[in-house]
Design a protein around this ligand. Structure first.
Ligand code: PLP
Length: 405
């Protein structure tokens, strides 16, 4: 039962916020490290991490300090001018990746829109007007019209028709299907190295190697959407480093700002082909965002959170394996701290709500899939705690559904 102030806030929310999602009857108020608290002061252990965003945990000092420092000097210079943190952050990103050039935006979808535009620009300039992009079934690339069109979610197919034309979808890890989809109109192939929203399914090495070779052979671009996998999430600073295979374009979002709205599209020098006015945005390279991004990335590197994601990701998978038989969990999978497993029945939402009641935040991207993407600062103490809350919650769900184990 929530207190009166929370009740009033919820009433106001229902009367003023446009409905776009079913949300539980709580209001989040503050966060620190691995925890968030609601307005009734209930504490939640966070294994959603702001949707794979809060890589440094909640309210890290580096973000507060960067915002304080930069907001006392320059909040907004306009995208018409260079600013110092923009230059510093672009340089840092080109030093820690295989890319030379960076364009900044605020959300992952915008970074992907930039990638789509750059690929089409390349198609227009170099491939005789080719504009089609091949992406994967079950992929997720954003919620603008073009990024919804490149996304491979089947139930989005008819939504907001007509979609932006020029996108084809092929199954994950099926080289033949991809080869057959390529024609003279293809300018790029776009994929996530681990499909996050699609339920944590990885591209395999042989597939990626073949796709890279096909792109080289045909002169078409390869785009990696690392919005969810980038910034140390999978146990390397970028997921492409697991494969030692490079893309021509890479997009970043989520963890790049540690919770501050920020995204980027990176590419190689030879694709530095936009003409003035082709791409831009009021907040592209905005000093506050640049200052935060620069500080977050330096902190992720300083704390070696890629190594922590690798170690704790393995520990998390070991712990899930220990309770696997008891609760009939299957397909425990993932890379670093992007982990998922399947439930024996479509009870994902019920489990999410049960865990919420027990003070744990988890995500169910599909009715029988549970996804875990905690902040990259997580330790085995929080993982043990999460496993014990998850076990109690599974017990309760099964009991309620009278499922015999
Ligand atoms: N691409 C991937 C792989 C994502 O996981 C997401 C968001 O979940 C996006 C793009 C879209 O990012 P945003 O919601 O910041 O627009």
């Amino acid at each position: 039962m929530s207190n009166l102030a929370t009740f009033q806030l919820l009433e106001e929310a229902k009367n003023s916020i446009l409905f776009t999602a079913v949300r539980p009857e709580i209001v989040m108020e503050r966060g620190k490290g691995m925890y968030v608290w609601d307005t009734d002061q209930k504490k939640y252990l966070d294994f959603i991490g702001g949707w794979a965003v809060t890589c440094l945990g909640h309210s890290p000092d580096v973000i507060r300090e960067a915002l304080h420092r930069q907001s006392s000097i320059l909040v907004n210079a306009s995208p018409a001018y260079y600013n110092k943190p923009l230059i510093e952050f672009s340089k840092l990103l080109s030093e820690v990746t295989c890319f030379d050039r960076v364009f900044f935006a605020s959300s992952g979808a915008e970074a992907n829109e930039s990638a789509i535009k750059l690929a089409r620009k390349y198609g227009a300039k170099v491939l005789g007007g080719a504009y089609e992009i091949i992406s994967l079934v079950n992929s997720f690339h954003g919620r603008t019209l073009a990024t919804m069109s490149v996304t491979g979610k089947s139930y989005w197919k008819e939504l907001f028709s007509p979609k932006v034309p020029g996108f084809k979808h092929v199954p994950l890890n099926d080289i033949e299907a991809c080869v057959s989809a390529i024609d003279d109109n293809t300018c790029a192939i776009m994929l996530e190295l681990v499909q996050g929203e699609g339920g944590v399914h990885s591209v395999n090495y042989e597939y990626l190697k073949a796709i890279r070779e096909i792109c080289n052979e045909k002169g078409i671009l390869l785009i990696f959407d690392e919005i969810q996998t980038g910034i140390a999430r999978t146990g390397k600073l970028f997921a492409y480093q697991h494969y030692e295979i490079e893309a021509d374009i890479m997009t970043l979002g989520k963890g790049i700002g540690g919770g501050f709205p920020l995204s980027a599209m990176l590419t190689k020098e030879k694709y530095n082909i936009f003409e003035s006015g082709d791409q831009g945005g009021t907040y592209s390279g905005q000093p506050l965002a640049m200052s935060v991004g620069y500080s977050v990335l330096n902190e992720v590197i300083r704390l070696n959170l890629a190594a922590n994601a690798e170690v704790q990701g393995k520990y998390l998978i070991d712990k899930l394996n220990e309770i696997k038989d008891t609760y009939q969990l299957s397909n425990i999978r993932g890379k670093g701290l992007l982990v998922a497993f399947d439930l024996p029945l479509p009870a994902g939402n019920d489990l999410v709500l049960e865990c919420l009641g027990q003070g744990l935040l988890i995500n169910s991207p599909n009715s029988n899939i549970i996804r875990l993407m905690p902040p990259l600062i997580v330790t085995n103490i929080e993982i043990d705690r999460m496993i014990s809350i998850l076990s109690v919650s599974l017990e309760n769900i099964y009991h309620a559904r009278r499922l015999t184990r």
